[in-house]
Design a protein around this ligand. Structure first.
Ligand SMILES: CC(C)(COP(=O)(O)OP(=O)(O)OC[C@H]1O[C@@H](n2cnc3c(N)ncnc32)[C@H](O)[C@@H]1OP(=O)(O)O)[C@@H](O)C(=O)NCCC(=O)NCCS
Length: 227
């Protein structure tokens, strides 16, 4: 795919220094810096030393925004063949945050993803996110003991969603949340802990394991049973 087929006429206007956006060939790792917005993905950066890498071939971006504000040294990697629709990323108030979305992952129909303070987000390959998704990797504000004024909990380093997980409609994933490979988060669930067991279904608020030894396919039940 030629870069000029998905770049727009609009150039980036960033506030801060040493902020860069690159297209990266997934096979050769050859990097090309770009200065124009991509179709379907609006990028705004305010802060210093931030870097975004978009890997080729691009899947598709529809009505998406990345806002990096008051962050220093954030590194965002969108791997090849991801599909992002209606996603708003707020990367804010941190140092050296890493945001990685691995190849073939899809978000269909709206997600707000907040990577604040010194936390990071790693979504592994081939995950499928339904609509109306919320992800917060940190709380965003301090919670402290009123006597000692000591912070109760610092943000965890990284929120990880394992390879080939399905996040159902209207799910929320908060700090300390995480899933292992091939798992399903049932519709309208709220995930607040990391589940290290693979091939499970979680449901409820807070989400708990309701089934073990399962997996899922992007195919419909009809297509799957005919295969
Ligand atoms: C995860 C899912 C596939 C599980 O389906 P399932 O394996 O048939 O689960 P069951 O219907 O057998 O439910 C098992 C138990 O979990 C409960 N449960 C199922 N989904 C739940 C949910 N979203 N929240 C809370 N509890 C739930 C059921 O009430 C049942 O409880 P019980 O044993 O006390 O009766 C399904 O619940 C789901 O959420 N699908 C996602 C739908 C969606 O978001 N589609 C968008 C397409 S991208």
């Amino acid at each position: 795919m030629k870069p000029d087929t998905f770049l727009t006429e609009k150039t980036f206007s960033f506030n801060g220094s040493n902020n860069h956006v690159y297209l990266v060939d997934a096979e050769t790792h050859e990097k090309t810096e770009i200065h124009h917005q991509l179709q379907g993905l609006n990028i705004y950066i305010e802060g210093n030393d931030n870097e975004i890498e978009i890997m080729l071939p691009i899947g598709k971006f529809v009505n998406c925004n990345i806002y990096i504000t008051k962050s220093i040294g954030a590194h965002v990697v969108f791997e090849n063949y991801i599909y992002l629709e209606g996603c708003f990323f707020s990367i804010h108030n941190g140092e050296k945050q890493n945001i990685i979305i691995e190849k073939y992952t899809s978000f269909t129909g709206g997600a707000t993803i907040w990577v604040h303070e010194n936390s990071s987000l790693h979504i592994k390959q081939d995950c499928m996110f339904s609509s109306n998704i919320v992800i917060w990797t940190a709380d965003g504000h301090a919670v402290y003991d009123i006597k000692s004024k000591k912070i109760l909990k610092f943000p965890p380093k990284e929120l990880v969603i394992g390879e080939h997980c399905w996040i159902g409609y209207n799910c929320s994933i908060y700090k300390n949340g995480g899933l292992a490979k091939n798992s399903i988060l049932a519709a309208s669930s709220v995930l607040t802990q990391t589940i290290n067991e693979e091939n499970v279904v979680l449901a409820g608020n807070p989400a708990k394991i309701i089934k073990r030894g399962v997996s899922w396919s992007r195919m419909s039940t009809k297509e799957f049973s005919e295969n």
